[in-house]
Design a protein around this ligand. Structure first.
Ligand code: HH2
Length: 262
């Protein structure tokens, strides 16, 4: 799944694809690079991101989805019901909802649904997140969302541990270590680690039990190696989908892994 942020302030590609032509071009480029799905979002979910109105989000994502949906499967990365509805009408077939509240919108359209765990909101999620057992708590949360989504009538459901959404470096690593248990549920697992700050922290030599911030982070554009390592780990654990910015590199790694399994 290739990331296409039609935003001004996404943590890694903010401002690059706010323009319609640039966004459609990048979407097509990701398809050529090997993306099976393009995930179009119009509002950043990074810690501290400013909220975007539904009108503005619609203005950003709907034309891009209309252009790409004939060429590739499109998911919409949104937490707003009106945006999900319009995106599905425009040709998207998957709702990637970091708030995990839009299952009924997906069901109404016969679309797929990604249920993701997060703790808190973008404004407060990185303020001292705490868990007794992060893997168990995330698994429980996702199990409840899957039940809700099934009850709402969704047939295609993915679960996502929500790397970076209300988690310290340690929590992210514990969730990656516990991926085999999520995969063992039999529900397809989606993992989004690409260029996230825990990679910038660890890649810069930060401690694995630290919070983000105890060393200067690697810049987001300098996190390819760690992003690939985590994507390969996720795929080797059996994740069905990895959500990435660097599609060409990840597709090459995926082909190598597929070869080892053949
Ligand atoms: N991460 C981001 C956004 N959407 N969706 C899912 N299912 N899983 C994720 O891990 C995930 C997600 C954050 O990354 P990005 O879109 O690159 O940045 P921003 O939220 O700043 O636009």
């Amino acid at each position: 799944m290739g990331v296409l942020n039609v935003t001004s302030d996404s943590f890694s590609d903010g401002g690059l694809y706010l323009d319609y032509d640039a966004a459609v071009r990048r979407g097509r480029e990701m398809v050529a690079e090997g993306a099976d799905v393009v995930d179009v979002g119009g509002e950043s979910t990074r810690p501290g991101a400013a909220a975007v109105t539904a009108d503005e989000e619609l203005r950003r994502v709907v034309p891009v989805i209309e252009a790409l949906a004939a060429e590739v499967r499109v998911s919409v990365d949104t937490s707003k019901a009106s945006v999900a509805h319009a995106a599905l009408c425009a040709g998207a077939t998957l709702v990637n909802d970091v708030s995990s509240t839009l299952a009924s919108v997906a069901a109404d359209h016969g679309a797929g649904f990604v249920a993701m765990h997060r703790k808190g909101t973008p404004a407060d999620m990185q303020h001292n997140p705490r868990y007794d057992d992060v893997a168990a708590e995330v698994a429980r949360f996702l199990d409840e969302r899957v039940r809700e989504a099934r009850a709402a009538g969704v047939e295609e459901i993915y679960i996502d541990p929500g790397i970076g959404f209300g988690k310290t470096v340690r929590h992210n690593l514990q969730l990656l270590a516990a991926l085999p248990e999520l995969v063992a549920t039999g529900i397809p697992v989606l993992v989004g680690t690409s260029r996230k700050s825990f990679i910038g922290h660890l890649g810069a030599g930060g401690s694995s039990d630290g919070r983000v911030g105890d060393v200067p982070l690697l810049a987001s554009g300098a996190r390819l190696e760690g992003s690939l390592a985590s994507a390969v780990w996720a795929m080797a654990c059996g994740a069905a989908v990895v959500r990435v910015h660097d599609v060409a590199a990840t597709a090459q790694a995926a082909r190598l892994l597929a070869g080892t399994a053949a």
